[in-house]
Design a protein around this ligand. Structure first.
Ligand code: HEM
Ligand code: HEM
Length: 300
């Protein structure tokens, strides 16, 4: 039997990167709130009497800065992800999922800064721009949920059903050749984690239900796999790795069943996330154009 593969270590840099981004995002949002919340909670008519009014009103040095920096973050977040996804020459710069995490980080912290820029005033065309931005951010979370069910390779590029079938066959090969599992054990393993789904009749609700069951079944599948392997007297030191491989096979089979449906939904999802981004961009150009025309150029 071969030595154990250290697969969980592979994910570590990504987890550290995500943790780092989340920490910076939270620190930024909480620090600004902690610094200014008494102003934000003040009744509107009393704000001009505050000593911090000049700096904190939307065109004041601090809040205006949040608007400019937040908007720059959103632009960078969209430009970097789009370039990585669409331009071949960016393909070697890193995994697409890291770029997506970076997109989400910048396009989440950016809008939080823009929220502080507005000082919770949402009037006029700029207010409409703010609500478009909110719709884009909210739809982003929905897209991210479905995105995780689209299978990708290590670089983060999407895989086809055939790729999944090939990977399943390769995993089976390693269970049989490396770990010498016999046919009856493989058959038992393959009976685990089967969830019925009729794609032709499936509604969005039944898809969501399927995905939830799929997520929840993971832990139970591992438990059942380990029990089977123990009954077959597989040495303890290989159980973890075999469970990981078998679990991956189960997940691939579960995903193949709903792959087309998820692709369809993801396609429709773009119809919200992208057009709202464009509307927001048009409003932003008008808003910034008017502001600059009236001499609000921040520190420039
Ligand atoms: C997505 C980006 C942005 C959004 C959604 C946004 C939204 C808003 C909102 C809702 C207000 C308050 C309107 C009110 O008083 O009811 C405001 C004010 C203001 N914003 Fe922005 N803003 C953004 C970016 C920027 C940028 C980049 C600048 C830089 C030039 C800017 C300059 C101003 C100025 C000068 C004001 C105060 C005057 C006014 O109300 O028009 N904003 N913004
Ligand atoms: C104001 C904020 C945001 C803007 C303007 C924005 C804009 C965009 C744009 C233009 C794309 C398409 C890139 C391309 O295909 O070339 C995109 C992709 C995506 N965004 Fe955002 N986004 C924002 C926030 C978010 C947030 C907060 C999330 C998640 C929580 C998110 C999740 C996604 C996902 C999952 C994709 C991938 C779509 C794909 O590759 O097919 N976005 N976003």
């Amino acid at each position: 039997m071969p030595s154990k593969a250290k697969t969980s270590i592979k994910d570590l840099p990504h987890k550290v990167f995500t943790f780092f981004l989340i920490t910076i995002g939270l620190i930024t949002a909480i620090t600004i709130w902690g610094r200014n919340y008494t102003y934000y909670l003040m009744p509107l008519q009393e704000r001009p009497t505050s000593a911090r009014y000049d700096s904190l009103r939307p065109d004041g040095i601090e809040s205006h800065g949040y608007g400019v920096i937040g908007t720059a973050m959103i632009f960078i977040g969209v430009a970097t992800y789009s370039s990585r996804k669409r331009l071949k020459r960016f393909a070697n710069l890193g995994k697409i999922r890291d770029f997506l995490d970076f997109h989400i980080f910048l396009c989440l912290v950016g809008p939080i800064l823009v929220l502080y820029h507005t000082t919770f005033l949402f009037g006029g065309i700029a207010g409409a721009g703010f609500w478009c931005m909110t719709a884009v951010v909210a739809s982003g979370f929905i897209g991210r949920y479905f995105y995780k069910f689209l299978p990708k390779n290590l670089q983060g590029d999407e895989l086809s059903s055939r790729d999944l079938e090939t990977e399943r066959a390769e995993l089976l090969g390693s269970l049989v050749s490396k770990y010498k599992l016999d046919d009856s054990t493989v058959k038992l393993i393959d009976e685990i984690g089967v969830i019925k789904f009729d794609e032709s009749k499936a509604s969005l609700i039944s898809l969501l239900w399927y995905l939830t069951k799929m997520d929840l079944s993971h832990w139970q599948n591992s438990r059942r796999l380990r029990a089977i392997l123990r009954r077959r007297s597989i040495p303890k030191k290989y159980i973890r790795e075999i469970t990981r491989i078998a679990n991956r096979r189960i997940v691939l089979r579960q995903r193949m069943l709903v792959l087309e449906k998820i692709r369809q939904i993801f396609h429709y999802w773009h119809v919200i996330h992208l057009p709202f981004s464009y509307v927001m961009l048009v409003i932003l150009i008008v808003h910034v154009g008017v502001a600059v025309a009236f001499g609000y150029t921040w520190i420039f």
